[in-house]
Each structure stands twice: as C-alpha cells, then as structure tokens.
Design a protein around this ligand. Structure first.
Ligand SMILES: Cc1cc2nc3c(=O)[nH]c(=O)nc-3n(C[C@H](O)[C@H](O)[C@H](O)COP(=O)(O)O)c2cc1C
Length: 325
C-alpha cells in the first residue's frame, strides 16, 4: 500500500465493530465494509438475503441502513465527522454508501451514545402496561424523519385496529407457508456468530399473553391477544418502494431505536406484515390510504426496569466483514 493512512486502522475497526451491533432481519448481518485511507464503503451482502420472505432485499437494505446510521454516529462519537454518498455508483447497486471521514470534535454526549449503541437490542418480552404518550411516539417519528426517513405514529384507534388485524393475518399466512417457516428456522439455533440463538427469543414466563409474533411458536397454540393498547405503533413509509427509500428508512430505524433505548423504551420491528404481499397491499390501502408504501412497522413500549436485559445476539468478527485497501 502506497497511500498514507489518514484514519488509523484501529478506528476503522472500531467503527465497523459498533456498526455491526446494528439490528438486522433474523440477525443475518447482511453487510460488508471496505476501508480506505480515510473512507469506508458499505456493501450489501446479497448472499445473506432471505430469498423467500425478502425477494426484493427490502429488509436487507433496511438492515444495512441501520448499520450505516450506527457507523455515522459511532464515527462522530470517536471524533470523526462523516460525509456520506448514498448509492454512489449506479453500476454497483450493492455499493450502498461511501463515507468520507475527517477529524471533528466528538459531542459532549459521546460516551452515552456509545453506551446506548452497545446496549440496544431487540427485547421481545412483555412491555410494562404504561402507555407510551402520543407526544413521545411523535418525537421518535421526528428523529427518524430527521435522518431522511419517513415515519409516523399510528395513534388513531381504527388505524391501529386494522394494523393489528393485518399483523395477525401475516403471521398466520407465514406460519402456513412451509418455505417461509423453513427460511426462518434456518436462521434460528445456528449456534454460530449469526442468526437468532434460542435465548434471544421469547418463551419465558414473562411472555404469558404475548403478541402475535413470528417467534412465538405455533399460532394455533396461542390465545389470540391484541396488541396492547399501551403499545406505541409506528410505521416507516415512503412514496418510493426502492433501495434508496429502504436505505433511508434503515437509517431512520437506527436513529429511532437508539433514541428509544436512551429513553428506556423497547422497540420491536413487526416486519411480517410488510413481507407478505397480501398484507403489505392491504396495509398500503387501508392504513396509508394508498398515498405511500409501507416499509416497516414497529411497536414500542416501556421496558420494565427490574429485570436484566435479554441475552445478546452474536455478531460475526470484524475481520469477516471489514476488508482494508
Ligand atoms: C428490517 C428488520 C426486520 C426485523 N423484523 C423482525 C420481526 O419481524 N420480528 C422480530 O422479533 N424481530 C425483528 N427484527 C429484529 C432482529 O431479529 C434483530 O435485530 C436481530 O436478531 C439482532 O438482534 P438485536 O436487535 O438484539 O441486536 C428485525 C430487524 C430488522 C432490522
């Protein structure tokens, strides 16, 4: 290598390590990074796409968007400003973003930010019964919007009712679909550094009366329960349903999740309703009035304080996802 390295290798390594803590569908971690002397390039790892439930790579790109958000925030907290070009090369659709780093003062909140990035997780256990005020939900939506995503809280009772019905329908349809189930099972219990280990999934006594949820066992075994009225529901949407919109939504998701974590809220994506074509179409017309495409539905609720966080999901080592020029 002849060029001078302007950003230390350890810094690139640390940024990618933090970015890799981002959420991803089924913990597929569908990203690759390439580090230059002062740059980081983010690529979609399409070999990690879920072909049946994510044929267009919507969830894959959303996941990479969350990692892109985490990388920018981590770089800032470590004293590096970022300029980001999204989809910089039309001939390389897998190149999602190019980050240019330059020294900059870390914000006063850098330590808290780094701690929250590390703490963020998917806590699928029962939320407390305290309602999430509408103002708090709108604030979360504004944070996502600030990152270029479009999100709105579903606070109207009839919208929530429809959303809840469609969440159940999607769960039932996927449960009845052997290919979708096989795909999900292939990413559970892998015992390695990706996928969903059993202890990250619900099943303990905390979950009695839980949500219609993709990881909660056979639909038939469960008492059908509604989304709790205390749960907040937010939907990411866009007038476009394309990789640029999905990447923006993913960055907004990362930002919303980080803010929720800092505020003591748990956030859980409910992506099945968007994965299943029938319920995605119904969501678009019945909830969004055909004005926009739904990209991801999430629920939020207060985490109960007196219990330990759920087990951490594994991550692939940085050496596997970062290649240096
Ligand atoms: C685009 C996307 C869709 C997801 N969909 C679901 C979902 O439908 N149900 C769920 O319980 N978790 C969902 N998750 C959460 C992932 O399973 C979780 O992020 C991953 O297993 C890593 O665990 P962690 O968030 O605790 O780090 C989704 C995450 C992303 C980014």
């Amino acid at each position: 290598m002849t060029s001078t390295r302007l950003v230390p290798v350890e810094t690139l390594h640390r940024i990618v390590e933090i970015a890799a803590r981002a959420p991803s569908v089924h913990n597929t971690q569908p990203w690759r990074w390439r580090g230059g002397s002062r740059t980081l390039a983010l690529y979609a790892d399409t070999a990690r796409r879920l072909p049946h439930t994510d044929p267009d790579a919507r969830n894959l790109t959303l996941s990479c968007g969350a990692a892109l958000h985490h990388a920018q925030v981590a770089a800032g907290a470590l004293g590096w400003q970022t300029r980001v070009a999204r989809h910089p090369d039309p001939d390389r659709p897998d190149l999602l973003a190019f980050l240019d780093l330059s020294p900059g003062p870390p914000p006063a909140t850098a330590d808290e930010t780094l701690a929250a990035l590390d703490r963020r997780c998917t806590d699928r256990r029962r939320f407390t019964a305290w309602p999430v005020p509408e103002e708090r939900q709108s604030h979360l939506a504004r944070i996502a919007n600030h990152w270029g995503a479009r999100a709105v809280a579903l606070t109207d009772e009839s919208e929530r009712f429809i959303a809840e019905r469609l969440v159940r329908r999607a769960h039932q349809l996927q449960w009845a679909d052997p290919v979708a189930r096989a795909e999900q099972e292939a990413w559970g219990h892998r015992g390695g550094d990706d996928g969903l280990p059993p202890d990250a999934l619900p099943g303990g006594p905390d979950l009695a009366g839980g949500h219609p949820h993709r990881f909660e066992g056979a639909w038939e075994d469960r008492t059908a329960t509604d989304l709790e009225t205390s749960d907040g529901l937010l939907v990411f949407f866009d007038t476009d349903d394309d990789p640029a919109a999905w990447l923006r939504a993913g960055e907004g998701l990362g930002a919303m999740w980080l803010a929720a974590t800092t505020a003591g809220l748990a956030l859980v994506p409910l992506s099945q309703v968007i994965e299943v074509p029938e319920t995605r179409a119904a969501f678009q017309t019945e909830v969004l009035g055909s004005l926009a495409h739904p990209l991801l539905l999430v629920r939020v609720g207060w985490r109960s304080t007196g219990r330990p966080p759920p087990a951490r999901t594994p991550r692939r080592p940085v050496s596997e996802v970062l290649e240096l020029d």
